[in-house]
Design a protein around this ligand. Sequence first.
Ligand SMILES: NC(=O)c1ccc[n+]([C@@H]2O[C@H](COP(=O)([O-])OP(=O)(O)OC[C@H]3O[C@@H](n4cnc5c(N)ncnc54)[C@H](O)[C@@H]3O)[C@@H](O)[C@H]2O)c1
Length: 418
Amino acid sequence: MIRSLIRLLRGRPSHAQTLNPLPAPTPFAAFATKPDVDVADLLGRAAVNLDTPELQRFLAGKTVLVTGAGGSIGSEICRQIMRFCPASLILVEQAENNLFEIDRELREKWLGATITPCVADICDAIRIATIFKAHQPQVVLHCAAHKHVPMMEQNPGEAIKNNVFGTKTVADAAAEFGTDAFVMVSTDKAVNPTSVMGAAKRFAELYIQSKNEGVENSTRFLAVRFGNVLGSSGSVVPIFKKQIAAGGPVTVTHPDMKRYFMTIPEASQLVLQAGAIGHGGEIFVLDMGEPIRIVDLARELIQRSGLRVEEDIAIEFTGIRPGEKLYEELAGLAEETRPTSHAKIRVWQLPPAEAQRVKKGLAILSDVVNGCREEAVIALARCVPEYRPDGVIRLGADSDGSETLRFSGGDESAVLAA
Ligand SMILES: NC(=O)c1ccc[n+]([C@@H]2O[C@H](COP(=O)([O-])OP(=O)(O)OC[C@H]3O[C@@H](n4cnc5c(N)ncnc54)[C@H](O)[C@@H]3O)[C@@H](O)[C@H]2O)c1
């Protein structure tokens, strides 16, 4: 019944159409009356307990700069920061429309607050230095990045430019202009990465850790890893909602695909809390609860939209895409991490980044940003030893520890040795 209604709304011929034509409806009319599903509700978790005095010490009266301020996480971090009365908030964002939206929203809500929108690319060192010089931010939340795994598999040079060198540019400016705290938003995809995106984020983590070792600056550099946030741009929930509204099918990559999920406010609040408690050099990880099967999430969303799985909306499996994992690895958390003063924030026990290795890695990566895909992937694999890209063979290490790697396809141009 619902399927034939959907067919009708899509304009396909059906028996019902010939018998009883409807007045021109919108394609979404069939579902317009269904209540919108609250994504926070899907997780069924209690609100995060925050150490408000600590956050006040961290943010109140401070000049705070957020990169990627118009994105899903950056914009929510801005909303959360405003609750703690910063002296001023600097919004750095390359997408003008995203910046326009968050700037307008914050100004409407916080009348009289000092908010400065800066259209800027984090890879533009001169522009970033000019902004830091003008505003002298005390706290930096670095959220700007490329994040889509399959997209970055096809554009590895861009992942390196934005996620590695963009991060370096902002971190260098923070050190130069005396920022107190620099918090890099990272991802669970940086844990034993299988993707270009994850490997680029892992190297960015190594860079900011190495910055922390630098004697010449007083900035606390730290990173916070977490899994997927529900409802962020381009993530499964908005995609599923669109697919449901269009009458299906809902597409899921694999029946066993699992992901850790948090709500955007939950993750954003905990990123700020980690920034407040960090001493510098830490890679924090947020307690994401139990991983959720994507297919269960799809079923739940279909049912909460008032529809029946398979009868009304079909679920289709499309297959894992390049760079994707079935499970993200926050699982061995208890062994590999230690607790902090906050119950939902742990810290990874990772060896500190060696400055020499990081410096060498930057040189390797800068040589390939505009090269071919194979060169960029191999360069990342040389800089991030735990990165296991598909099709790359490690041929062995020399006495100085440098590795020779190549694609199993035998493309000699992609053979590189340190
Ligand atoms: N969305 C998730 O589920 C999730 C989970 C864990 C970690 N993260 C991390 O959080 C960060 C932000 O993710 P998001 O979901 O908010 O992404 P998003 O795409 O919604 O936001 C990123 C924002 O950064 C901006 N940006 C990108 N490159 C820029 C540049 N060169 N200069 C200036 N601005 C730039 C974009 O225009 C965009 O507005 C990423 O680092 C991502 O890896 C995201």
